[in-house]
Structure formats: C-alpha cells, structure tokens
Ligand binder design. Structure first.
Ligand SMILES: Nc1ncnc2c1ncn2[C@@H]1O[C@H](COP(=O)(O)OP(=O)(O)OP(=O)(O)O)[C@@H](O)[C@H]1O
Ligand SMILES: [Mg+2]
Length: 372
C-alpha cells in the first residue's frame, strides 16, 4: 500500500494542501508550528479515522472553518488505485468514503491504509496504560485476521450489556447466562487470534531486538487478560461476586497486555530513556515486518520529528531498517539538512523533500520549489 496523492483542506493550519508523495521516502521539514505534524496527522486520520494527538474533532478543524477534509489516493498492492476520504464537521458529523461510496465507519477505511506511527507518544508504549499496548497487538491482529474486528465489536457490546446487568440491585442468573456464554465464546476467539499473531511477532521481534538493543534478559510476554491456568468460563464464575460488587467485568480479553521485562523486571523501570526508544523502534519495525510476511502487503510509516527523538547513530539504525523494509515513509524534522543526511549515503533512495511554511506545503527539488 502506498499513498499516491494527498489532499488536505482546513485541517489545523493546513488550509489547502495537495501533494504527490514519493512512493518511498518523504522528508517533511519546516519551522516549529509550520504544520509538519499536521500533515502526518492527516494521513493518520485517513488511515484510522482518528488523530494521534486529540480524541476530539473540534481542535482539528481550522479555526476559521466549520469542517475539514482529507482525501487520498491509495495505490494498493494489487496495483489498483482506490480513492479514500474523511471529513468531519463542527457538529460532530463524520463521513468516510472509499472508492466513491460512503462507508459506515473509519474501520472500513483502515484496511486500505495500514499505518505505523513513531512519535514521542509511541515512545511511551512501555510506560503507558495496558490499553496502549493492547492497541499495539490489535493493530496486527486487525490487519491480518478479517474475523477479528467483528468479534472485537461484538465483545464491546456484550461487555456493555453484562456490566449494566451487574449494576442492577437484583440479577436474574437466567438473564446473565446468555451474555456470559457469548462473552466466553468471543473471548476465546479473540485470545486465539492474538495468540497466533504473537507467535509470529515474537520470532521477528527477537531478531530485531538484537539489532536495536543488545541487552540480555529482555522478554516479551503476552498476557491474555485472565489467569492462564484457568478456563475463562471458570474465571467468570469465580469473579461474579466481585464483578457484581464493583459493577464491571474484571477479567477478559479487554484486560490483555504485553509484558515487556528485563530479567523479570518491568522494562520501563530498568531501561534508560534512550534504550526504551530503541526497544520501541524494534517493536514498531517488527510489527511492519510481520504484517508484510503474513499478508504480503506493506504498511506506511509516519515518523514525527525524527532528529528530536533519536541521536544520529540510532537515527541511522532506524533509517536502515525502514530502508530495508522498502516501504513508504513520511518523516518530519525542523532542519532539512539533518533529515536529508539521515538518508544520504546510507541508502540508494533519493527522498522527496517537502517544505512546510505557515500551513503551505511545497515540494522542493534541487533546492527549488516545483509545486504547491
Ligand atoms: N484548529 C486549528 N486551526 C488553525 N491553526 C491551528 C489549529 N490547531 C493548531 N493550529 C496551529 O497549526 C500549526 C500546526 O502545528 P503542527 O503541530 O503541525 O506544527 P509542526 O510543524 O509539527 O511544529 P513543531 O516543529 O513544533 O512540532 C501550529 O502553528 C498550531 O498553532
Ligand atoms: Mg510537530
């Protein structure tokens, strides 16, 4: 998958952007506040329907306008072109389009544009909440297993119903039983999907870990969300009284996590900030590799402010692996020379350069501006 064309209207300070990215490497530079991260945010919106910076839609819409639109032309791995688009209005109304027709949700766009983001928030993967790591696992599961998302949606619905029953003063066991049965079936299904993906992932991650951070004793474990020695149906029965007291379902696939440890201790508490970043880079690159190995497709990498996040040596390492993956990347930074030097001499690829200035994005060739 590659993004052949990107059109942005009224997203933050980007009032009208129309660019034709390189299918390989795109370097986006400009002063602080010029709009670089917003360009990546636009691609992320197209891919996932949501921003990586805000859960709200209003901050995304240009202050002078009442809606934003992002449109992209995706070149798929079977060599066809698919136009996809998203727009959001002040009043919250959202519309998603793929191939010229409205689709119900952002999830319907997600399959067209598998995107990996590396930014300062990504580096909090280790110390953030389990939800962040669950989303990390589920990115892969979503993209490789078509039955995962329907099961995931169904389990959210099921948990909502079960939790509302748990909060009643009196619970009729006959009313709870069908929800429990459905919950057990879906939970086991989701756990099975995740287990299969994690087996592939662990293999690749072990190789990349040695490249990025060669420290003994690093282990990656998948926690399913309940005691691994017990059947989920027994766990539900055992925790019923507690679930009732607190009004929610304690154990289950909605509590899954990745446990990353160094000699048995939490990696976030042992590794230096720099080592944590390298570990996260290894996780992110492994994710893309496994995705490609299983599906034969490629994901797009968005790397925000690369020079600010990694020193020169480790920048070169990340660039080396992105280059080896031969996938489309968008990388931002304040200084063009620093960005360019990360690629020059290290790869055979000539990146496309884009300069961002007060919300205007222009392609630069041999230091001359050729397009708006
Ligand atoms: N809703 C909005 N309408 C108009 N402008 C906005 C809106 N939201 C943010 N901005 C402005 O848009 C600009 C884009 O910010 P962005 O984070 O993309 O810049 P950046 O180039 O990544 O900067 P930095 O190098 O500091 O990370 C900022 O100047 C910000 O103040
Ligand atoms: Mg930025």
């Amino acid at each position: 998958m590659t993004l052949k064309r990107l059109f942005i209207q009224n997203l933050r300070n980007l009032e009208g952007v129309d660019i034709t990215p390189s299918l390989q490497v795109n370097l986006i530079y400009g002063e602080n506040g010029s709009g670089k991260t917003s360009v990546l945010e636009a691609i992320n919106l197209l891919a996932l329907g949501r921003s990586f910076r805000s859960h709200k839609h209003k901050p995304l819409i240009n202050h002078q306008q009442s809606s934003f639109t992002v449109f992209g032309r995706v070149h798929t791995d079977d060599e066809s072109d698919v136009p996809i688009g998203i727009s959001r209005h002040m009043d919250g109304e959202a519309s998603f389009k793929a191939n010229g027709v409205l689709v119900p949700s952002a999830a319907d766009l997600a399959a067209y544009l598998p995107v990996q983001v590396i930014n300062s928030d990504t580096f909090l993967l280790l110390e953030g909440s389990p939800k962040v790591r669950r989303q990390f696992i589920d990115w892969l599961v979503f993209h490789v297993e078509p039955n995962f998302f329907p099961a995931w949606k169904a389990i959210q619905r099921c948990l909502k119903h079960r939790n509302s029953l748990l909060r009643r003063d009196r619970i009729d066991p006959f009313e709870l039983a069908p929800w429990d049965k459905e919950l057990v079936d879906l939970t086991n299904k989701i756990h099975e999907f995740r287990t299969q993906c994690m087996a592939h992932f662990n293999e690749t991650f072990a190789v990349l870990l040695k490249e990025f951070i060669n420290i003994d004793g690093i282990a990656l474990g998948y926690y399913r969300g309940w005691d691994k020695d017990k059947a989920y149906t027994d766990v539900l029965a055992d925790s019923l009284e507690r679930d009732k007291r607190q009004g929610y379902t304690h154990a289950g696939s909605h509590r899954a996590d990745l446990k990353i440890t160094v000699n048995g201790l939490d990696a976030a508490e042992v590794l230096s900030r720099g080592q944590q970043k390298l570990l996260v880079c290894a996780l992110k690159i492994a994710q893309g590799y496994v995705f490609t190995r299983i599906t034969g497709r490629k994901s797009i990498y968005l790397v925000d402010d690369l020079p600010a996040e990694l020193d020169e040596k480790h920048r070169a390492l990340l660039v080396h692996w992105l280059d080896t993956m031969n996938t489309q990347v968008f990388i931002t930074g304040v200084d063009s020379e620093t960005l360019l030097s990360s690629w020059r001499d290290k790869t055979k690829i000539t990146p496309k350069m884009f300069h961002v200035e007060q919300g205007r994005v222009t392609e630069v060739v041999n230091s001359s501006v050729i397009a708006q």
